[in-house]
Design a protein around this ligand. Sequence first.
Ligand code: NAI
Length: 293
Amino acid sequence: MTEIQTIGVVGAGAMGRGIAQIAAQAGLRVRLYDTSADAVAAARESLRQTWDKLAQKGKLTAADAQAALERVEPATALTDMSACQLVVEAIVERLDVKRDLFAALEGVVSDDCILASNTSSLSITAIAAACKHPRRVAGYHFFNPVALMKVVEVIDGLRSAPEVGDALAELARRMGHTPVRAKDMPGFIVNHAGRGMNTEGLRVAQEAVASFAQVDAVMREQAGFRMGPFELLDLTALDVSHPVMESIYRQFFDEARFRPSPITTVRLAGGLIGRKAGEGFYVYADGQKQVPA
Ligand code: NAI
């Protein structure tokens, strides 16, 4: 396979912009597309600010910051992805929408273009089944915030060609990330092994054993995690993580240990979804976390 130089990123939200950031910093050209033109403009502006800050801190020269920004080209249509050797999808976590996108992308890109999904919980094999060439499809699961979370899961679907995963792993290393190869099972590795902390944390709170803040403090200070489960849920936001919890539970045929909690259902319905809403398990004022009374 030829070395990947130009990638497409579809979905310019939290994850899409992070993937665009590390790719552009590694010297790749990035075409960034979203059904919302505003999302693309906002992503580019946030990348500009990120690189400006890195330049101010001396972590990047001003010229490198400018060059990185210039490598991120806004795309106005999916057809702008035609020259990409890889397209990474980071859109809404819905199987039907992702399958439609992958089928549409196949009509745009060349036969040897790799199509990768950043899905947290959906089956790569099921996404690939919408394609004429499912061998080109694999999972490429980054974590939030992408630039700081240096691991990426590379997921082989049942029909993925091994060399596709190899190329994604090699690219991950070029972008400064550590690839970990996983099989296509619900939650892959992180959202499977890591699920226990969220679901048990929610059960502890539901049983009124301890408050959200107490559970977080114990997991941080005793167990050594960087964040407790409720801090992490606030960072990810419940509009993203609650559907992931439901999806993994259903995919394991309602296995009790994966069961989501009514605590998150109610909070999602009430809009208390996390940092980006200003309120989740904690309240956020001027970017600072506050513990509700
Ligand atoms: P987000 O809500 O921040 O951004 C999604 C973007 O996709 C939006 O700008 C939306 O306009 C766009 N979009 C929706 N449908 C589209 C379509 N058909 N074509 C083009 N653009 C479309 O979501 P976020 O958090 O970036 O998540 C994206 C994906 O990454 C999801 O699959 C999610 O499960 C996964 N993920 C999220 C993580 C997180 O912590 N936020 C971590 C790892 C994976």
